[in-house]
Design a protein around this ligand. Structure first.
Ligand SMILES: [Zn+2]
Ligand SMILES: [Zn+2]
Ligand SMILES: [Zn+2]
Length: 332
């Protein structure tokens, strides 16, 4: 499973999740439409193109948050992926595009085959080749509906060579045609809780601290001393140009926080040169995780309820940062 925090750092993913949560969709159904290709009304107005919408939906299904299923398909150009295609028929013998298509008659007596109209006269059906009257369908002549005739080489056939022309001018044959799978995306019921947690508006919860002069970013991308790019659920700054004073990790998995999670977070936060480190967990912490956090001086805040958890986060931040005194210092 890809790193969910990394996924969340993508602003487009945040927008999609927020829309899904706000609109309450459990299934993101496609509509196939000639002008747009595939549209997802559930995400109407969120992205500027259908490619962008599909890209984000595929990211979310790659992360297991959505489950995708193929429900339809259409053909697209192998070169530019355009679905706006024109179909052209050509003679399989000479390649000419000078073709006509209509009902035909074959005069079995002489073997002549031609359009129905050529046999018709006021006195009935006559063969334009041998001039004999056509008497009984099935025994001395037979009819074919919709055959092609090449005006260039005169050959008659039922299966012309098919050629496609896309709206960008690419020409290709049937064998090169590509299939575009139309997918429906459903919220994975087992991962529904993740949408709630991923769309936690941490900045809203920490607003009282922002009002007191601290800067908060959630999620926050911070480059470490090693040059590595780290993503934290949130970061709090006393001074905007310095390294953050606090970074937080919201544990998004169903299992309890373990030693590995603590270690990974500690390593990132240390590389980012951050003094105070907070792990927030809705699913508890195991004993190894707890002892490691204590040994490394990480604060663990746990609970089931967002309100309670963030009340504790706020009071802890006030305690370690002395936000009010800081504001006064800044005013001086
Ligand atoms: Zn094309
Ligand atoms: Zn004839
Ligand atoms: Zn021909």
């Amino acid at each position: 499973m890809p790193d969910i925090l990394g996924l969340l750092a993508d602003e487009k993913v945040q927008r999609a999740l927020a829309a899904l949560k706000a609109r309450g969709f459990n299934s993101i159904d496609p509509i196939v439409e000639f002008n747009f290709g595939v549209k997802y009304p559930a995400l109407d107005g969120i992205f500027s193109s259908s490619e962008e919408t599909r890209e984000v939906l595929l990211l979310l299904s790659g992360a297991g948050i959505l489950i995708s299923e193929i429900v339809d398909n259409f053909s697209i150009c192998p070169r530019c992926q355009s679905h706006r295609l024109m179909i052209r028929t050509r003679c399989p013998s000479c390649g000419s595009s000078r073709l006509v298509r209509d009902n035909m008659i074959e005069h079995l007596t002489c073997g002549h085959i031609d359009f129905e109209g050529k046999f018709k006269s006021e006195e009935g059906l006559f063969c334009p080749n041998c001039r004999k009257p056509l008497l009984q369908a099935g025994s001395d002549y037979r009819t074919f509906s919709f055959l092609y005739k090449c005006l260039n080489c005169k050959s008659v056939f039922s299966d012309p060579k098919i050629e496609y022309l896309c709206d960008n001018g690419h020409v290709f044959g049937e064998n090169d045609l590509r299939i575009y799978n139309v997918m429906v995306f459903k919220v994975n019921p087992e991962k529904k809780f993740l949408i709630d947690r991923l769309t936690l508006n941490i900045e809203d919860f920490l607003k009282p601290l922002i009002d007191e002069g601290l800067s908060v970013k959630a999620p926050a991308v911070i480059y470490g001393r090693s040059g590595a790019r780290h993503i934290f659920s949130f970061a709090v700054w006393r001074e905007r140009d310095a390294a953050p004073s606090v970074v937080g990790h919201v544990h998004l998995l169903e299992r309890a926080v373990g030693a590995v999670d603590v270690l990974a977070f500690w390593a990132k936060a240390t590389d980012a040169n951050v003094e105070h480190k907070i792990i927030i967990t809705f699913s508890g912490v195991d004993s190894d995780g707890r002892s490691l956090a204590e040994a490394y001086g990480l604060k663990i805040i746990e609970g089931r309820n967002e309100q309670d958890i963030f009340a504790e986060v706020r009071s802890y931040l006030k305690e370690i940062l002395g936000a009010r005194r800081l504001k006064e210092a800044l005013v001086e």
